[in-house]
Design a protein around this ligand. Structure first.
Ligand code: AMP
Length: 396
């Protein structure tokens, strides 16, 4: 893997694609700077080695050109504080002023370009737009894992203008390395926990993971489709009737590949989709009419914990209940706690993809697992086994 550690940075202008798509409040203040903080080691390394830095990113989803609420100007002050140095700003990523600034950058200086998505050409992967952006740097560094699954001008297309002069930043390198630890692990057993709402959105992940894992824990809304496929009565729980055959097929495939599948045993059911609903715990195969399963039950949590404590490598994607409502969060909390316990016992644990990251943060487990992925959609596609354009463009 080519990272910034393998290229000469001295007196070079490094054009870095970062993911500064941070949430802003109504006062346009940053409410979570995780993504900015994540890229600081890459930026600092380049500056320390005598290079200068041109940063480019998107922010939000501007529809019709420039809009103040999506301006990256709002993050300049915070970024300057984080880096403890001045950050110049160019208010048009391919404007005259931007090129004037980037061409006169001195070692140690930092320039941030305005939101790339003010140009529709960015998301279209326009070659001419990418060529213009490329003029800002002597080197191209991709450190935006969150957009690595997109073939946009700045994330993939631009790389062709930097033959032999392109590399991954540390965020990208870490993501690739840590997913690799799960997908190509020599240590066994490997356990994947796949939860979340629907089977349909996790089908490709499950199919890609089957040859790579020893245990597959299934929880969340999608577990009820599996329970029904096995002949269970699931009341009014979430179900995808068109995927019943597919669910049975997955169970059969898993058996053929000697993967142990662990489906919930008991279910915490509610008579309404509400935190104030009446609840009861039943066997997941015997849910009464009018009741819906919104969390796994205590027997299931115990069983999941036993599997996790004997695992050496753990991947967690998706909550096992409606964790946003306190009444239905226990199963996900217990699962997170079991992953932490396994990690403390020496297992490698990776939390990745959307809601499991939110759950880990909500229950303050994020600092206690081995690695939390920064890229929701990108991580999902990576786990599905897809080639991510942002990664392929650097490796080309
Ligand atoms: P996903 O984005 O597919 O990972 O799904 C995450 C969502 O699944 C969360 O918002 C959970 O509230 C939801 N979820 C988890 N378990 C259930 C369940 N038993 N019934 C309905 N939704 C669920």
């Amino acid at each position: 893997m080519i990272t910034i550690d393998q290229i000469d940075l001295k007196n070079k202008r490094a054009l870095i694609r970062v993911d500064f798509n941070v949430p802003l409040n109504d006062l346009l203040e940053i409410t979570d700077d995780t993504r900015i903080v994540a890229t600081l080691p890459t930026i600092s390394k380049i500056l320390e080695e005598g290079g200068s830095v041109v940063l480019m990113s998107h922010l939000g989803r501007p529809k019709n050109g420039p809009e103040d609420k999506f301006s990256l100007r709002h993050i300049v002050k915070h970024l300057a504080q984080c880096l403890d140095r001045e950050v110049q700003f160019a208010d048009d990523c391919i404007g005259e002023e931007a090129f004037k600034r980037s061409s006169s950058l001195q070692p140690g200086q930092v320039l941030l370009l305005e939101n790339l998505r003010f140009y529709p050409e960015e998301e279209k992967g326009d070659l001419d737009f990418a060529a213009k952006l490329a003029k800002h740097g002597d080197l191209y560094v991709n450190d935006a894992f969150g957009t690595a699954h997109r073939a946009h001008a700045s994330t993939a297309i631009i790389a062709q203008f930097f033959p032999g002069k392109k590399a991954f930043g540390y965020v990208m390198a870490q993501e690739i390395e840590n997913v690799g630890k799960v997908l190509h692990s020599k240590e066994k057993p490997v356990t994947a926990i796949i939860g979340g709402a629907k089977v349909s959105s996790k089908l490709s992940i499950i199919e890609n993971l089957l040859p790579k894992v020893n245990h597959l824990i299934i929880g969340g809304g999608m577990a009820y489709t599996f329970a029904k496929a096995k002949g269970g009565k699931i009341g009014s729980s979430l179900v995808e009737d068109d995927l019943l055959d597919k669910a049975s097929e997955i169970l059969l495939k898993a058996k053929k590949q000697s993967v142990e599948v662990h489906l919930p045993i008991d279910s915490l059911n509610a008579d309404a989709f509400s935190n104030d609903a009446n609840t009861e715990i039943t066997d997941i195969m015997a849910i009464n009419d009018g009741w819906m399963g919104l969390d796994v039950g205590p027997e299931t949590s115990k069983m999941f914990k036993e599997v996790l404590l004997k695992s050496r490598v753990i991947l967690w994607n998706g909550p096992v209940g409606v964790f946003e409502m306190p009444r239905f969060s226990q199963g996900t909390k217990d699962l997170g706690a079991a992953i932490v316990l396994a990690t403390e016992g020496g297992a490698f644990s990776l939390v990745g993809g959307g809601d499991s990251v939110a759950a880990a943060k909500q229950f303050e487990l994020d600092e206690r697992v081995s690695y939390v992925s920064t890229g929701g959609g990108a991580m999902l596609e990576y786990l599905e086994g897809k080639v991510l354009p942002g990664i392929a463009a650097i490796l080309d």
